[in-house]
Design a protein around this ligand. Structure first.
Ligand code: CMP
Length: 143
């Protein structure tokens, strides 16, 4: 079954949106297999966002993601990578459709509430950056 890495950014945590965001993915029918509130180190942030290293906003991006706790999650389900991206909305909240997480809760591109893996390769890489295998729960639903 497909897995993705989703991360509620410091703005989402501080605006008390953890429950709202988690609820959306639960109600959609996806399965939470790992989650933790954590403060990202500069080194981990630079590794996670390595593809943006040459972008002018890279420093700002790393500073922001390390500025306060994030809520790191791994979700599982059919097509969860692309469906989660659809549910998140466009990267720039100003362009994100109403009904999406960023469209409903975001205002600025730097503070866009949530990050989600954009491909199977990214998901595998990002899950490995933020979680040990033992932190991920494999279980069959009994209800
Ligand atoms: P995310 O999905 O976490 O992946 C890279 C992030 O870079 C993106 O969300 C945005 O939050 C951020 N980003 C993109 N463009 C800009 C920008 N022009 N200024 C600051 N941050 C940006």
């Amino acid at each position: 079954m497909e897995r993705t890495y989703l991360m509620i950014k410091p703005d989402g945590v501080q605006r008390n949106l953890i429950g709202e965001v988690v609820s959306r993915f639960e109600k959609k029918g996806f399965t939470l297999v790992g989650a933790k509130l954590m403060t990202v180190t500069k080194e981990t942030a630079e590794t996670h966002y390595a593809e943006h290293k040459e972008r002018p906003f890279f420093g700002e991006l790393v500073d922001f993601i390390t500025s306060g706790p994030v809520f790191a999650m791994v979700w599982e389900g059919e097509n969860v990578i692309s469906t989660a991206r659809t549910m998140m909305g466009a990267t720039n909240p100003a362009e994100a459709a109403p009904g999406t997480i960023r469209g409903d809760y975001g205002v600025q591109v730097a503070m866009n509430v949530i990050h989600g893996s954009d491909s199977t390769e990214s998901a595998k890489r990002e899950i490995g950056i933020f979680f040990e295998d033992a932190e991920l729960n494999n279980y069959e639903k009994v209800v």
